[in-house]
Ligand binder design. Structure first.
Ligand code: PLP
Length: 382
């Protein structure tokens, strides 16, 4: 079955007790044993498993074309559980522009753990190859990256990981399986912050890990979920599964609008540079065209001038909300350097946009008024 169909049907069935088409929310924390002491329906206690959680896991596993999925209470709970599954002294490779939350986890929660971390430019396969050590157990990849939308070669990285006897993990939050399916390129596991496009409505926090095959790291994340207890509530699972039903048409709308907005911004005299893999002059355009189905709903641009001009554009916007996060119905603008702190390499005049589900022409009109107020309508900075 194709992804649009799986997004609606996978993991669901008509509720046998009522005929309900939309699944009920199972709030019960505990489930009855049979007379011989077993659990005939497979559920015993809601931390260990819950019907709403299982539905969501089955659906996400099917969408990625994986063997199995686990859902946890947030995207970062998944990343933390993966790192906890490593052994003391293990070496991991992460992109130099990795999602800043993962960097935070490494430098706070794991500061005292003997984990060796190398930050690598993952767009350069030679750099990845030469960073491999005998102790490398995990190669983490994000493509497109955040916020510069750099593209890394999934097949190339998966092969390097396989030869090194390391597990490759792709953070699929920016793309969702509608836009990119890392397992097709040999990547071993995929993570998602389901808080973003999968939930899709900016109203629930969650995370997922999907695996292509059985492996020790996936089993350790399962232990972190069931016994470590970083579980999502049944209602959270229900909300995310509901979001997934409309995922494929939402993603189409997000990426069509993002393409139009990227082209508009590229032509504006007050814009210094646009980062969107759909633009033919983007350094990763050719690879993105092969590896992705569409170029996603996220883009960044540098305003001509400095931090001050970028902040002024963000302040002038009316339809774009100044907020972090992405993947919801509302369009967001964010000054990433402010969030990422003093050590950031993100340019100070860069704004990141999460393109929502509003009409693209309305969004362009909003950007136009915001940019022209900074340039005084002349295209020259005032
Ligand atoms: C938001 C995000 C996360 C973290 O997810 P939470 O649900 O906020 O914990 C991880 N990776 C990427 C790429 C994200 O955008």
């Amino acid at each position: 079955m194709r992804i649009e169909t799986l997004a609606v049907h996978a993991g669901r069935s008509i509720d046998p007790s009522s005929g309900a088409v939309t699944p009920p929310i199972h709030l019960s924390t505990t489930f009855e044993r049979s007379k011989n002491g077993d659990y005939p329906l497979g559920f015993s206690y809601s931390r260990e498993d819950n019907p709403n959680r299982r539905m969501l896991e089955e659906c996400l596993g099917a969408l990625e074309g994986g063997k199995e999925a686990l859902v946890l209470s947030s995207g970062l709970a998944v990343l933390t559980a993966v790192l906890q599954g490593l052994e003391p002294g293990d070496h991991i490779m992460v992109p130099e522009d990795v999602y800043y939350g993962l960097r935070q986890v490494l430098h706070t929660v794991f500061a005292k753990w003997p984990l060796e971390v190398t930050y690598v430019d993952m767009t350069d396969l030679n750099a990845v190859r030469s960073a491999v050590r005998p102790t490398t157990r995990l190669i983490w990849v994000e493509t497109p990256s955040n916020p510069l939308l750099k593209i890394s070669d999934l097949a190339g990285i998966a092969e390097i990981a396989r030869k090194a006897n390391a597990i490759s993990i792709c953070d699929g939050t920016f793309t969702t399986p509608v836009v990119q399916q890392p397992f097709q390129y040999g990547i071993d596991m995929v993570t998602h912050s389901t808080t973003k496009y999968l939930g899709g409505h900016s109203d629930v926090v969650g995370g997922a890990l999907i695996t292509r095959f059985d492996n020790y790291l996936f089993e350790r994340v399962r232990n972190a979920q069931r016994y470590g207890g970083a579980v999502p509530s049944p209602f959270d699972c229900w909300l995310i599964l509901r979001g997934v039903s409309t995922l494929s048409c939402r993603m189409r709308a997000h990426l069509e609008s993002a393409s139009a907005i990227a082209v508009y911004l590229k032509g504006h005299p007050a814009v210094e540079h646009v980062y969107y893999p759909g633009l033919p002059d983007h350094s990763g355009h050719e690879l993105a065209s092969r590896q992705m189905a569409g170029f996603g709903g996220m883009l960044s641009f540098q305003v001509r001038g400095a931090r001050e001009q970028a902040m002024a554009v963000a302040a002038n916007l009316r339809l774009f909300t100044r907020a972090t996060s992405l993947g919801g119905p509302h369009s967001f603008v964010e000054h990433r350097a402010s969030i990422e702190g003093p050590d950031t390499k993100t340019p100070q005049n860069l704004l990141r946009l999460s393109i929502g589900l509003e009409n693209a022409a309305d969004l362009i009109a909003d950007l136009d008024q915001a940019l022209s107020r900074v340039t005084g309508g002349t295209g020259q900075l005032v």
